[in-house]
Design a protein around this ligand. Sequence first.
Ligand SMILES: [Zn+2]
Length: 283
Amino acid sequence: MRISLLLLFFLLTSTLSGWAETDRRMVEVRDGIYRASSGNYHSLVWVTSQGIAVVDPIDRKTAQWLKKELESRFHQPVRYLIYSHNHPDHALGGDVFDDPRTIVVSHQYAAEDMEWSKLKTRLPELRFQDRLELKLGGKTLALKYHGPNNGRGSVSFHFPEQKVLFVVDWIVVGRMPYRDLPGYDIHGMIRSTREVLQMDWNLFVGGHAEMGNKDDVRRSLSYLEALYAQVRDGMLEGKSLEELKKDVTLEEFSDLANFEDWRALNIEGVYRTLKDASYILRR
Ligand SMILES: [Zn+2]
Protein backbone atom coordinates (compact mmCIF):
# COMPACT_ATOMS: atom_id res chain seq x y z
CA MET A 1 0.00 0.00 0.00
CA ARG A 2 2.74 2.39 0.97
CA ILE A 3 4.67 1.61 -2.22
CA SER A 4 1.69 2.16 -4.48
CA LEU A 5 0.93 5.48 -2.74
CA LEU A 6 4.53 6.50 -3.26
CA LEU A 7 4.32 5.48 -6.90
CA LEU A 8 1.12 7.49 -7.31
CA PHE A 9 2.84 10.50 -5.76
CA PHE A 10 5.77 10.27 -8.18
CA LEU A 11 3.50 9.78 -11.17
CA LEU A 12 1.41 12.78 -10.14
CA THR A 13 4.32 15.12 -9.46
CA SER A 14 6.16 14.17 -12.64
CA THR A 15 2.98 14.78 -14.68
CA LEU A 16 2.36 18.12 -12.98
CA SER A 17 5.91 19.31 -13.50
CA GLY A 18 5.62 18.12 -17.11
CA TRP A 19 2.60 20.40 -17.59
CA ALA A 20 4.28 23.32 -15.89
CA GLU A 21 7.49 23.12 -17.92
CA THR A 22 7.09 25.12 -21.13
CA ASP A 23 9.88 24.56 -23.62
CA ARG A 24 11.95 27.79 -23.59
CA ARG A 25 15.08 28.46 -25.62
CA MET A 26 17.06 31.33 -27.12
CA VAL A 27 18.99 30.90 -30.38
CA GLU A 28 21.10 33.40 -32.33
CA VAL A 29 19.66 33.65 -35.83
CA ARG A 30 22.03 36.32 -37.19
CA ASP A 31 24.75 38.73 -35.87
CA GLY A 32 23.43 39.63 -32.42
CA ILE A 33 19.80 38.89 -33.26
CA TYR A 34 18.26 36.08 -31.22
CA ARG A 35 14.93 34.30 -31.39
CA ALA A 36 13.65 33.56 -27.88
CA SER A 37 10.91 30.95 -27.83
CA SER A 38 8.32 29.81 -25.32
CA GLY A 39 6.34 26.89 -26.69
CA ASN A 40 4.74 28.10 -29.94
CA TYR A 41 5.54 31.75 -29.25
CA HIS A 42 8.66 33.57 -30.43
CA SER A 43 10.04 36.92 -29.34
CA LEU A 44 13.10 38.75 -30.63
CA VAL A 45 16.21 39.89 -28.76
CA TRP A 46 18.84 42.26 -30.19
CA VAL A 47 22.14 42.30 -28.31
CA THR A 48 24.69 45.07 -28.90
CA SER A 49 27.70 46.59 -27.10
CA GLN A 50 25.40 49.45 -26.03
CA GLY A 51 22.64 47.33 -24.55
CA ILE A 52 19.78 45.04 -25.48
CA ALA A 53 16.39 45.48 -27.15
CA VAL A 54 13.62 42.94 -26.47
CA VAL A 55 10.53 42.62 -28.65
CA ASP A 56 7.58 41.01 -26.76
CA PRO A 57 7.84 39.60 -23.22
CA ILE A 58 5.08 37.02 -24.15
CA ASP A 59 4.01 36.28 -20.56
CA ARG A 60 5.22 36.74 -16.99
CA LYS A 61 7.03 33.42 -16.67
CA THR A 62 8.73 33.76 -20.05
CA ALA A 63 9.74 37.34 -19.19
CA GLN A 64 11.30 36.17 -15.89
CA TRP A 65 13.18 33.39 -17.68
CA LEU A 66 14.33 35.76 -20.43
CA LYS A 67 15.51 38.43 -17.99
CA LYS A 68 17.69 35.89 -16.15
CA GLU A 69 18.97 34.43 -19.40
CA LEU A 70 20.01 37.89 -20.66
CA GLU A 71 21.69 38.79 -17.35
CA SER A 72 23.73 35.59 -17.25
CA ARG A 73 24.70 35.58 -20.93
CA PHE A 74 25.33 39.20 -21.90
CA HIS A 75 25.85 41.53 -18.88
CA GLN A 76 24.21 44.40 -20.77
CA PRO A 77 21.19 46.47 -19.70
CA VAL A 78 17.86 46.10 -21.50
CA ARG A 79 17.58 49.51 -23.14
CA TYR A 80 14.33 48.94 -25.01
CA LEU A 81 11.30 46.72 -24.43
CA ILE A 82 9.07 46.89 -27.49
CA TYR A 83 5.56 45.47 -27.96
CA SER A 84 4.81 44.15 -31.45
CA HIS A 85 1.10 44.88 -30.88
CA ASN A 86 -1.53 45.11 -28.13
CA HIS A 87 -2.52 41.45 -27.64
CA PRO A 88 -2.00 40.03 -24.12
CA ASP A 89 -0.63 36.68 -25.36
CA HIS A 90 2.47 38.56 -26.57
CA ALA A 91 2.54 41.64 -24.30
CA LEU A 92 2.10 40.34 -20.74
CA GLY A 93 5.09 40.29 -18.40
CA GLY A 94 6.39 43.71 -19.44
CA ASP A 95 6.52 44.77 -15.77
CA VAL A 96 9.26 42.16 -15.20
CA PHE A 97 11.60 44.47 -17.13
CA ASP A 98 11.61 47.09 -14.35
CA ASP A 99 15.14 48.48 -14.85
CA PRO A 100 14.75 52.30 -14.95
CA ARG A 101 17.12 52.31 -17.94
CA THR A 102 14.57 50.34 -19.99
CA ILE A 103 12.40 52.47 -22.32
CA VAL A 104 9.11 50.78 -23.24
CA VAL A 105 8.03 51.31 -26.85
CA SER A 106 4.99 50.59 -29.00
CA HIS A 107 2.81 52.01 -31.73
CA GLN A 108 0.36 54.68 -30.52
CA TYR A 109 -2.69 52.44 -31.10
CA ALA A 110 -1.20 49.47 -29.24
CA ALA A 111 -0.40 51.73 -26.27
CA GLU A 112 -3.92 53.24 -26.29
CA ASP A 113 -5.53 49.81 -26.38
CA MET A 114 -3.40 48.54 -23.49
CA GLU A 115 -4.33 51.62 -21.46
CA TRP A 116 -8.05 51.59 -22.27
CA SER A 117 -8.44 47.84 -21.77
CA LYS A 118 -6.38 47.98 -18.54
CA LEU A 119 -3.81 45.39 -19.60
CA LYS A 120 -1.62 44.50 -16.64
CA THR A 121 1.80 45.02 -18.16
CA ARG A 122 4.31 47.90 -18.20
CA LEU A 123 2.78 50.60 -20.42
CA PRO A 124 4.74 52.11 -23.31
CA GLU A 125 6.20 55.58 -22.73
CA LEU A 126 7.70 56.01 -26.20
CA ARG A 127 4.90 55.88 -28.78
CA PHE A 128 5.03 56.49 -32.51
CA GLN A 129 2.64 56.79 -35.45
CA ASP A 130 4.31 55.89 -38.73
CA ARG A 131 7.93 54.96 -38.28
CA LEU A 132 10.56 54.86 -35.53
CA GLU A 133 14.29 54.13 -35.77
CA LEU A 134 16.17 52.85 -32.73
CA LYS A 135 19.98 52.90 -32.79
CA LEU A 136 22.19 50.64 -30.70
CA GLY A 137 25.84 49.68 -31.21
CA GLY A 138 26.02 51.69 -34.44
CA LYS A 139 23.21 49.69 -36.05
CA THR A 140 19.51 50.35 -36.68
CA LEU A 141 16.20 48.73 -35.87
CA ALA A 142 13.39 50.30 -37.91
CA LEU A 143 9.79 49.94 -36.73
CA LYS A 144 7.06 50.60 -39.28
CA TYR A 145 3.26 50.76 -39.13
CA HIS A 146 1.48 49.46 -42.24
CA GLY A 147 -2.10 50.18 -41.19
CA PRO A 148 -4.48 47.71 -39.48
CA ASN A 149 -3.59 44.02 -39.97
CA ASN A 150 -4.03 42.27 -36.61
CA GLY A 151 -5.19 43.70 -33.29
CA ARG A 152 -4.09 47.32 -32.74
CA GLY A 153 -0.83 48.95 -33.71
CA SER A 154 0.99 45.88 -35.01
CA VAL A 155 4.27 46.93 -36.65
CA SER A 156 7.13 45.35 -38.61
CA PHE A 157 10.70 45.19 -37.25
CA HIS A 158 13.45 45.64 -39.82
CA PHE A 159 17.21 45.36 -39.31
CA PRO A 160 18.56 46.92 -42.52
CA GLU A 161 22.23 46.03 -41.80
CA GLN A 162 21.60 42.40 -40.85
CA LYS A 163 18.75 42.11 -43.39
CA VAL A 164 16.33 40.55 -40.93
CA LEU A 165 12.56 41.12 -40.71
CA PHE A 166 10.41 40.24 -37.67
CA VAL A 167 6.60 40.24 -37.80
CA VAL A 168 4.10 38.81 -35.32
CA ASP A 169 0.82 37.11 -36.30
CA TRP A 170 0.00 38.74 -39.66
CA ILE A 171 2.69 36.74 -41.45
CA VAL A 172 3.14 33.07 -40.57
CA VAL A 173 5.55 30.96 -42.59
CA GLY A 174 4.75 27.28 -43.15
CA ARG A 175 1.49 27.44 -41.24
CA MET A 176 -2.10 28.50 -41.90
CA PRO A 177 -3.31 31.87 -40.56
CA TYR A 178 -4.96 31.43 -37.16
CA ARG A 179 -8.37 29.71 -37.10
CA ASP A 180 -11.24 32.04 -38.21
CA LEU A 181 -8.93 35.10 -38.20
CA PRO A 182 -10.10 36.63 -34.88
CA GLY A 183 -8.98 40.26 -34.67
CA TYR A 184 -7.40 40.09 -38.14
CA ASP A 185 -7.95 42.43 -41.07
CA ILE A 186 -7.49 40.38 -44.23
CA HIS A 187 -7.06 43.44 -46.47
CA GLY A 188 -4.47 44.79 -44.06
CA MET A 189 -2.64 41.46 -43.87
CA ILE A 190 -2.31 41.43 -47.66
CA ARG A 191 -1.37 45.12 -47.92
CA SER A 192 1.17 44.94 -45.07
CA THR A 193 2.76 41.76 -46.43
CA ARG A 194 3.11 43.34 -49.90
CA GLU A 195 4.78 46.36 -48.28
CA VAL A 196 7.36 44.42 -46.27
CA LEU A 197 8.24 42.39 -49.39
CA GLN A 198 9.46 45.70 -50.89
CA MET A 199 11.96 46.10 -48.06
CA ASP A 200 15.57 44.84 -48.10
CA TRP A 201 15.90 41.64 -46.00
CA ASN A 202 16.53 37.95 -46.57
CA LEU A 203 15.71 36.34 -43.22
CA PHE A 204 12.16 36.36 -41.90
CA VAL A 205 11.48 35.59 -38.25
CA GLY A 206 7.86 35.31 -37.10
CA GLY A 207 6.11 35.42 -33.74
CA HIS A 208 4.89 31.89 -34.56
CA ALA A 209 5.83 29.00 -36.84
CA GLU A 210 8.91 28.83 -39.09
CA MET A 211 11.64 31.22 -40.13
CA GLY A 212 12.08 31.72 -43.87
CA ASN A 213 13.23 33.82 -46.80
CA LYS A 214 11.35 36.12 -49.20
CA ASP A 215 10.00 33.22 -51.25
CA ASP A 216 8.47 31.72 -48.13
CA VAL A 217 6.76 35.02 -47.30
CA ARG A 218 5.64 35.38 -50.94
CA ARG A 219 3.98 31.97 -50.61
CA SER A 220 2.15 33.04 -47.43
CA LEU A 221 0.96 36.08 -49.38
CA SER A 222 -0.18 33.87 -52.29
CA TYR A 223 -2.25 31.87 -49.85
CA LEU A 224 -3.94 34.99 -48.43
CA GLU A 225 -4.61 36.35 -51.92
CA ALA A 226 -6.06 33.02 -53.15
CA LEU A 227 -8.20 32.60 -50.03
CA TYR A 228 -9.57 36.15 -50.29
CA ALA A 229 -10.21 36.08 -54.06
CA GLN A 230 -11.94 32.69 -54.01
CA VAL A 231 -14.23 33.53 -51.08
CA ARG A 232 -15.09 36.93 -52.61
CA ASP A 233 -15.81 35.52 -56.08
CA GLY A 234 -17.92 32.73 -54.58
CA MET A 235 -19.95 35.24 -52.58
CA LEU A 236 -20.46 37.38 -55.70
CA GLU A 237 -21.78 34.24 -57.44
CA GLY A 238 -24.29 33.90 -54.60
CA LYS A 239 -22.71 30.90 -52.86
CA SER A 240 -23.52 30.22 -49.21
CA LEU A 241 -20.84 29.81 -46.56
CA GLU A 242 -21.44 26.04 -46.56
CA GLU A 243 -20.97 25.89 -50.34
CA LEU A 244 -17.80 27.94 -50.10
CA LYS A 245 -16.34 25.57 -47.52
CA LYS A 246 -16.90 22.72 -50.00
CA ASP A 247 -15.74 24.52 -53.15
CA VAL A 248 -12.77 26.59 -51.94
CA THR A 249 -10.37 23.67 -51.54
CA LEU A 250 -7.06 25.63 -51.73
CA GLU A 251 -5.44 22.23 -52.37
CA GLU A 252 -2.14 23.65 -53.57
CA PHE A 253 -1.53 24.86 -50.00
CA SER A 254 -2.33 21.55 -48.28
CA ASP A 255 1.30 21.23 -47.09
CA LEU A 256 0.82 24.17 -44.67
CA ALA A 257 0.60 23.19 -41.01
CA ASN A 258 -2.99 23.08 -39.65
CA PHE A 259 -4.42 23.01 -43.21
CA GLU A 260 -6.98 20.29 -42.43
CA ASP A 261 -8.19 21.93 -39.23
CA TRP A 262 -8.15 25.60 -40.20
CA ARG A 263 -9.04 25.80 -43.95
CA ALA A 264 -12.81 26.00 -43.33
CA LEU A 265 -12.24 28.41 -40.42
CA ASN A 266 -10.07 30.68 -42.61
CA ILE A 267 -12.91 30.74 -45.15
CA GLU A 268 -15.33 31.71 -42.37
CA GLY A 269 -13.05 34.55 -41.34
CA VAL A 270 -12.86 36.05 -44.83
CA TYR A 271 -16.62 35.52 -45.33
CA ARG A 272 -17.29 37.44 -42.11
CA THR A 273 -15.03 40.34 -43.19
CA LEU A 274 -16.69 40.60 -46.60
CA LYS A 275 -20.13 40.49 -44.96
CA ASP A 276 -19.47 42.84 -42.02
CA ALA A 277 -16.81 45.23 -43.33
CA SER A 278 -17.53 45.29 -47.08
CA TYR A 279 -21.33 44.73 -46.79
CA ILE A 280 -20.97 42.52 -49.87
CA LEU A 281 -24.33 40.78 -49.24
CA ARG A 282 -26.17 44.15 -49.22
CA ARG A 283 -25.57 44.89 -52.89
ZN1 LIG B 1 0.18 35.48 -31.74
